[in-house]
Design a protein around this ligand. Structure first.
Ligand SMILES: [Zn+2]
Length: 218
């Protein structure tokens, strides 16, 4: 449990660092793309070498649940049509607000993904964390860009960006942990779904980095 809490704190710190970079450093978007690519590669490696064998080993409905997870992630992505990590420069307020809301929900779910991976076993948690931690940086930078679109005072931009990208993750993690006893009977299925979602996120990040204008959801 201590490792898990350390990682949740690191995740919050990484998103906060991303916000700081996004606010203060003009080169942040180019650097963000590199971090996303790396996060995607790490998540795909984790999927191939850890999650897929794990899910196949579980057998039963688990492989199908992983497919359900990946499909749900794909559908949500397509419905929202806009990736929370996109470059948001020059958005109007309405679209920036919507994208910021999506980012906050996504970041809350990231917290739940940590909880479900660690809930399954320690190494699954560490594999998930390796990829997710890296993608928190560009997520924070995206939140900083979005929050800057409203013409708010700097203090408000900072706090909204940090709230949306950094503080939502421990909140999602805590909520998922608190709900754990009530979902114990479907925990294995949820883990398999998590494995599918993480694989999808990895693939999505790499596809977007290689073909920025032709994301899956566009
Ligand atoms: Zn995320």
């Amino acid at each position: 449990m201590t490792d898990e809490i350390t990682i949740i704190l690191m995740s919050t710190a990484a998103a906060t660092l991303g916000v700081i970079a996004g606010r203060l450093w003009a080169g942040a978007s180019r650097w963000s793309a590199g971090a996303e690519m790396l996060a995607g590669v790490v998540l795909i490696a984790a999927a191939l070498f850890h999650f897929a064998p794990e899910v196949l080993h579980m057998g039963g409905a688990a492989p199908y649940m992983a497919l359900v997870g990946a499909s749900v992630a794909l559908i949500v992505d397509a419905v929202l049509a806009r990736d929370p990590h996109d470059d948001h420069a020059g958005l109007d307020r309405g679209r920036a607000g919507a994208a910021l809301g999506v980012l906050a929900v996504h970041s809350t779910l990231d917290g739940a993904l940590y909880a479900l991976s660690f809930g399954h076993d320690h190494s699954s948690g560490l594999f998930a964390a390796a990829g997710l931690l890296l993608h928190e940086l560009p997520e924070g930078a995206a939140a900083a860009f979005l929050a800057a679109q409203f013409g708010w005072r700097p203090a408000r931009v900072w706090s909204v960006a940090i709230l949306a990208s950094a503080l939502t993750t421990p909140a999602g993690w805590y909520a998922a942990r608190a709900m754990e006893p009530s979902v114990a009977s479907i925990a294995e299925g949820l883990f398999a779904m998590t494995a599918g979602i993480l694989s999808y996120i990895g693939l999505r990040l790499v596809v977007r980095a290689l073909w920025p204008k032709r994301g899956l959801a566009k």
